[in-house]
Design a binder for this molecule. Sequence first.
Ligand SMILES: C[S@@+](CC[C@H](N)C(=O)[O-])C[C@H]1O[C@@H](n2cnc3c(N)ncnc32)[C@H](O)[C@@H]1O
Length: 286
Amino acid sequence: MLRALACFEVLDEVAPGTYGRGRHAGALATDGPASMLHLVQLFAGREVWRSWGELVETVRTGVPAWDLVTGTSAVEGLAADPDLQADFNRAMAEGTRRAAPGVAAAGGFERFSSVVDVGGGDGTLLAAVLTAHPHLRGTVFDTPDGAREAERALAGAGVADRATVATGDFFEAVPPGADAYLVKSVVHDWDDERATLLLRRVREAARPDSVLLVVEPLMPPTLAGRPDALAMVMSDVNMLVWTTGRARTEAELGQVITGAGFDVRSVTPAPGSTYSVVEAVPRPGS
Ligand SMILES: C[S@@+](CC[C@H](N)C(=O)[O-])C[C@H]1O[C@@H](n2cnc3c(N)ncnc32)[C@H](O)[C@@H]1O
């Protein structure tokens, strides 16, 4: 095991048979800025691990392996297991913490007074955006389970006086009338039909001059010359295994956004991350 961890540079063989911390050790630390412990625990946890074993069945049938293995969808499975849901929330926050400053810089938030983070989870992203833009007020919108830690996270970041938490179902309705709607790592969880429906709910909540900011890693149209795409491609297969979602190319994501009644205006890479901010505006009459 120690040798295996050394091969992945989690440990470093400092002398024959003696191991110290390797350059990726921080990823498995219980805390600290580089920690990805909960992401690792989620993706190597029982449900996802067993689901990978049914990948072939998923490729054949299109049914997420999670559903085949557990007899229920990942959404229902998380809702039924508070510990798993808490691990999931922490894992999402770990993934978002690194990307958040780049998203806060690339989103053009200077223009806005109010923002709703749709599917905003524990508020990690909203906290970073409000910290970077002290004039801004914001709302985290998520399910009651998804947003369970949000008030604490926003208070911990010192932005509670400018933030609220709202709960509900984004397939039904989202809070109306914000200047900007931020939707990070949510569209890629769903197939085209569900993804379009949730953005349509944002369209219904938006004012004519509101702005939609969809934040996701974009799949390159070709992998030729893109060895750096490995992590995104594997994350895409991981989504195939346990959700009906997928990583989309700019054109594919654009189609979903357009189908929901928005026009795409720009695509801006978020510095220091693999994410892009796709900005869109409501299409008049849609
Ligand atoms: C992949 S996580 C992304 C969380 C956060 N935006 C981030 O980037 O860290 C997807 C989020 O969507 C939320 N979600 C899933 N279904 C939802 C629904 N029907 N209504 C509202 N939120 C939902 C989940 O609770 C979760 O927080």
